[in-house]
Design a binder for this molecule. Structure first.
Ligand SMILES: [Zn+2]
Length: 462
């Protein structure tokens, strides 16, 4: 729902990309970064602000009121400094990961890890089981200070309320999951490389897609519950499920109530959010309990309308196709880049050839570089989908909620205040790392969107 949210970043098509990146490559758990601006809550906007806009007092807005994203002076300064710190850490994090991998290669650490793995066993899968955790743990330890700093900042700006013990436990769980998935993928990759030295990039792609799809498919059941508590939305909010039923009926695409879940985000954050995840039988809409607590009932419906847009417009399937193509291209580039790098520096890095396990560190380095330079494309694609979901959300609540454009605009206002959304991000930053259009733009668009009075046909919900 809101700008630069890890959740959405991680869950939708980028979901898979990020999942892959999160789990397979080093800084991946790149949450550090993408989580950056995503963070959570403001425990007490009322205490912090001399003149807080009524974020904690949901009320029925009147039309025409919320025509711009406005913040009190204090909140404005906080939003700007918090966001800027996030942007800086984003770039530092990528840079740091690349430098660490380069050092691991140049200092012969990758070659030494390969030596340890080969001494442990002749079996290739055991060698992977030794090499991958060593490499990932080392790179992640170097990245840990950035993540610690970001969490400290989130606590200072009262975006997160997660205490350090719980945060470290989450970090450890992510490590185990990511190392497990990366170990599996690296095993498949090295198998493909031995079998087909010239075409492994294609065979690995064929094999990796179902594996990633499988992880994405099971994640709502087995991975997400490791980090947060979920329950059916109908359990405590049956009236919301009924209202949503009315919304989706109107759109002609009813979504069964058992596809809607509540996430107890308030255990860790006060930020508000919702997202769509899963695929096939695990496809679902998830809303954070904080969103229900901090927005009015109508604003909650708009947030859900936006998420239904992702669901109904098939954004996950489209996103996955986009990701699959990007992955194929990336693997081909990595294949060429690996050969080029080893020709130039293979001897210096003590790597015997592409089939050498130590070459995985070279691939990770290229993955890092490619994921960085492809960010603007992936985020541009994501911003288009987010805008479409905004339009869908506006259309689907129109006529069912009084003053629907104002409701949506005010919903954005609340979201921005709580999450310290940057009121005026530099265009380059939006271009490079915003997965959503800037909040101020979304608010203005929502406020002005009115095809009905101009006799124009609505785009998605006729
Ligand atoms: Zn969205």
């Amino acid at each position: 729902m809101s700008s630069l949210r890890l959740h959405i970043f991680v869950r939708r098509f980028l979901g898979l990309l990020a999942l892959f990146f999160c789990f397979a490559a080093p800084h991946l758990r790149g949450q550090s970064v993408h989580r950056l601006n995503s963070s959570r809550l403001v425990v007490n906007a009322l205490q912090l602000d001399p003149d807080p806009p009524q974020s904690n007092q949901p009320r029925a807005p009147t039309r025409g009121e919320t025509d711009q994203y406005r913040l009190s002076r204090e909140r404005y300064d906080k939003a700007v400094s918090y966001s800027r710190a996030g942007y800086t850490l984003y770039f530092i994090s990528y840079f740091l990961s690349a430098v660490v991998l380069l050092l691991i290669l140049r200092l012969g650490v990758a070659a030494r890890f390969r030596g340890i793995a080969e001494a442990a066993s002749d079996r290739k899968w055991i060698q992977c089981l030794v090499f991958v955790p060593l490499l990932l743990l080392l790179t992640d330890l170097f990245e840990l200070p950035v993540r610690v700093y970001w969490h400290a900042l989130s606590l200072r700006y009262q975006q997160s309320i997660q205490h350090w013990g719980s945060w470290i436990v989450d970090w450890a769980k992510e490590e185990v999951l990511s190392i497990g998935l990366a170990g599996l993928l690296v095993f498949v990759l090295t198998f493909a490389m031995r079998r087909s030295p010239r075409r492994w990039w294609f065979y690995f792609w064929l094999a990796a897609l179902p594996i990633l799809l499988f992880f994405f498919f099971i994640s709502p059941w087995f991975i997400d519950p490791l980090f947060n508590h979920f329950e059916p939305l109908a359990k405590e909010h049956p009236q919301l499920v009924t209202s949503i039923g009315r919304l989706t009926q109107r759109a002609g695409v009813p979504i069964p109530g058992d596809r809607m879940f509540l996430m107890r985000a308030s255990e860790k954050t006060n930020a508000i959010n919702a997202y769509v995840t899963g695929i096939g039988a695990s496809k679902r809409v998830v809303i954070w309990d904080t969103a229900i607590q901090k927005t009015s009932a109508d604003e909650t419906l708009f947030i859900l309308g936006h998420e239904l847009g992702h669901y109904v417009l098939g954004h996950i399937a489209i996103g996955f196709s986009f990701f699959a193509l990007a992955l194929l291209l990336a693997l081909y580039v990595m294949f060429r880049a690996l050969h080029w790098s080893l020709q130039r520096w293979g001897a210096e890095w003590k790597i015997h050839g592409p089939e050498d396990l130590a070459a995985i560190a070279v691939l990770f380095l290229w993955l890092e570089i490619l994921s960085f330079i492809s960010s603007p494309i992936a985020n541009g694609f994501s911003r288009m989908q987010e805008h479409a979901a905004d339009v869908y959300g506006l259309e689907v609540i129109h006529g069912l909620v009084p003053n629907s454009e104002e409701v949506a605009a005010h919903g954005f206002q609340v979201l921005g205040e709580l999450d310290l959304a940057d009121p005026n991000p530099p265009p380059f930053i939006t271009f490079w790392l915003y997965s959503h259009p800037p909040l101020a733009e979304r608010l203005v668009f929502a406020h002005a969107y009115d095809p009905w009075s101009k006799d124009e046909p609505p785009k998605y919900v006729k």
